[in-house]
Ligand binder design. Structure first.
Ligand code: HEC
Ligand code: HEC
Ligand code: HEC
Ligand code: HEC
Ligand code: HEC
Length: 470
């Protein structure tokens, strides 16, 4: 008798379907937390979890709806709270009243179910992802063990080693109705060296942004699953943005941002063919030309990328006499002030300058009539003989007076996620809390900091130049 019952139980679970969780339950990330607690914790602090709650997003959507008389519709929400649009909770008609706190966890932000239920992709921008709307979770794990909650499927579209970045890319590129490509990370990636089919260098969004480690992927205690080599992919998705309101996992996000930004950009000279090391990137040539060379390292797109019209990236440089008095400076931007507003004619800034039809600065998507782009590009070739090999940018400051008195030069790159002006415009129109701007950070990646000394210039790797050795 016992044997018969056991066989029946085995048969029932082998047939599956009936006893796995219904779709509504699978849409809630808290359901996934049960068996994938590590994935859940990491995701909970990510910008994907934050996307609908992001106070700047909510404020911009509100203002945009007003200023376009509702023409914006669900355009923004389709990417920032995609399940709310898929389920029909948010439509063009009610998008003006968007309030993330009124949404259920299943529809708030970019959820587990959304990414893991993508069945096909119909456009390479503006979120062309189409869901299967079924109970199957797609992933990059081959031969998945039976899950009591969902069917599982190994899918090349989501597996970072086999896809062409199109799942992430489709939602990361934005083309406005007027044809302007405001966010172009995927388009940039396609132009770059990491999109080349050569297996050695082919790196997709997931390869760089979801670090693999060896472990159990359904790590609830008591499930009978084995550890997988490089099977666990980090779900923190850090880059530049951080939550500007109290949010889970803020310390982990800050650490993740440091980890990805520090090695991504440097103030360095061109690497000699004969060496694996590069000289420093600061040079002081007579009769008064100071240059700071900035290069990206291991970057799958431009720097900044994505919301490049909101980013502010600039070079801060100070030249000192031996007594520490200042001979020259540029890019000294105080807290609370935007780099474009310090009245520095020499400012070297990397970001997309969005412009309105009359040429004045645009701060919001729906105002943008053109973009003047100035970004540090990613690599397009690994061939050192190709003129496109060097994709660096150089900040040049000419005609320095008192040039011969310069004893020491310090240069670094600084980054902010937003201009204060954008936040203040949203505060002025009553759409954003004035408390938010105090949370805005100014970042300075570790390897994009360098020092030139008269005493050591032209030595070591910088031999026969006026540059610093390292
Ligand atoms: C009751 C436990 C349980 C719940 C709840 C659960 N899973 Fe799973 N999941 C598993 C098990 C077990 C596996 C198989 C692990 C293995 O083979 O190493 C798995 C595998 C996966 C895979 C890998 C599929 C593949 O083949 O690549 C993904 C993706 C996944 N789950 C996503 C989710 C998501 C998203 C949720 C929430 C909607 C969820 N899971 C809820 C137990 C669960
Ligand atoms: C932005 C899209 C996205 C979101 C949101 C997302 N995932 Fe994933 N997840 C992926 C991708 C891509 C992979 C596959 C990585 C690979 O194999 O290259 C993956 C892999 C997995 C796997 C298989 C094991 C592994 O680490 O590769 C599990 C389990 C999983 N995710 C669970 C979750 C859970 C639970 C959530 C929500 C708490 C979630 N995911 C949210 C994109 C996402
Ligand atoms: C449904 C649309 C969507 C999909 C799919 C998606 N993303 Fe995102 N992603 C977003 C949005 C929206 C944000 C920013 C949210 C915010 O800050 O308000 C974001 C933020 C990010 C960030 C943080 C950027 C920063 O400046 O801090 C990274 C990194 C990222 N995504 C990588 C990925 C990767 C890798 C994938 C594929 C596995 C992916 N995304 C898939 C919409 C998406
Ligand atoms: C070769 C590694 C690599 C690849 C491939 C890659 N990224 Fe990145 N990504 C980085 C690094 C490093 C940073 C941090 C520096 C920066 O912000 O540009 C970053 C930053 C970002 C940011 C924040 C950009 C900003 O300035 O606001 C987003 C969004 C992002 N990546 C999305 C993607 C998407 C989507 C893809 C695939 C189309 C992708 N990345 C492919 C390495 C990579
Ligand atoms: C096609 C998908 C998509 C659409 C449509 C979209 N976003 Fe985003 N949004 C993103 C992605 C991806 C990021 C992350 C970019 C990055 O970090 O560089 C982002 C980031 C943001 C951010 C935070 C980062 C920043 O500095 O800008 C805000 C705020 C935002 N979006 C507002 C909006 C508003 C308002 C709209 C509508 C007018 C909108 N978004 C439409 C995908 C989208």
């Amino acid at each position: 008798m016992k044997l018969v019952i056991a066989i029946l139980v085995v048969l029932a679970s082998a047939c599956g379907g009936d006893d796995i969780y219904p779709i509504e339950r699978l849409q809630d990330p808290n359901t996934c937390m049960e068996c994938h607690p590590s994935h859940f914790t990491q995701w909970s602090g990510s910008m994907h979890a934050y996307a609908a709650d992001d106070p700047v997003f909510v404020a911009m959507n509100k203002r945009g709806q007003r200023e376009t008389q509702g023409a914006l519709g669900a355009f923004c929400i389709k990417c920032h709270a995609p399940m709310a649009v898929v389920n029909g909770t948010i439509t063009d008609a009610n998008a003006a009243d968007f309030d993330p706190t009124a949404l259920s966890p299943a529809e708030r932000g970019i959820t587990c179910y959304f990414c893991h239920n993508v069945d096909k992709i119909v456009a390479d921008h503006n979120n062309g992802l189409v869901l299967a709307n079924d109970q199957t979770m797609r992933g990059g794990a081959k031969n998945p063990a039976t899950s009591p909650a969902h069917h599982s499927k190994y899918d090349t579209l989501i597996h970072s080693n086999t896809n062409e970045s199109e799942l992430c890319g489709s939602c990361h590129d934005i083309v406005l109705p007027n044809g302007i490509a405001v966010e172009r990370g995927f388009a940039e990636w396609k132009q770059g060296v990491f999109a080349k089919p050569d297996a050695g260098i082919h790196l997709t969004c997931g390869n760089c942004h979801m670090k693999p480690s060896t472990g159990v992927i359904a790590d609830k205690v008591g499930l009978s699953v084995n550890s997988r080599v490089d099977g666990f992919h980090e779900h923190t998705f850090p880059a530049i943005d951080q939550a500007l309101i109290p949010f889970p996992e803020q310390a982990a996000q800050a650490a993740g941002i440091k980890q990805i930004l520090d090695p991504s950009i440097g103030i360095i000279g061109p690497k000699p063919r004969t060496s694996t090391r590069a000289p420093g990137g600061i040079c002081l040539d007579p009769p008064g030309k100071l240059t700071v060379r900035v290069d990206s390292l291991n970057l799958g797109h431009s720097f900044p990328s994505g919301a490049a019209f909101d980013r502010r990236v600039w070079v801060e440089v100070t030249a000192y006499r031996a007594d520490n008095s200042i001979v020259f400076e540029s890019g000294k931007v105080p807290d609370g002030v935007d780099p474009e507003d310090i009245g520095d004619p020499n400012l070297f800034g990397l970001w997309d300058r969005g412009k309105q039809a009359d040429g004045s600065p645009a701060h919001f998507f729906w105002e943008i009539a053109s973009i003047e782009s100035k970004l540090l590009k990613g690599s397009v070739t690994l061939d050192q003989n190709d003129p496109a090999f060097d994709h660096s940018v150089t900040a040049t400051f000419n005609n320095l007076v008192n040039f011969s008195e310069i004893d020491r030069i310090e240069a670094l790159v600084r980054i902010r996620a937003f201009p204060y002006e954008t936040l203040r415009l949203l505060v002025a129109s009553g759409d954003l809390s004035p408390a938010i701007e105090s949370q805005l950070q100014t970042l300075a990646p570790k390897y994009a900091q360098s020092t030139w000394l008269r005493a050591t210039k032209g030595t070591g790797l910088a031999v026969n130049t006026n540059c610093n050795p390292e």
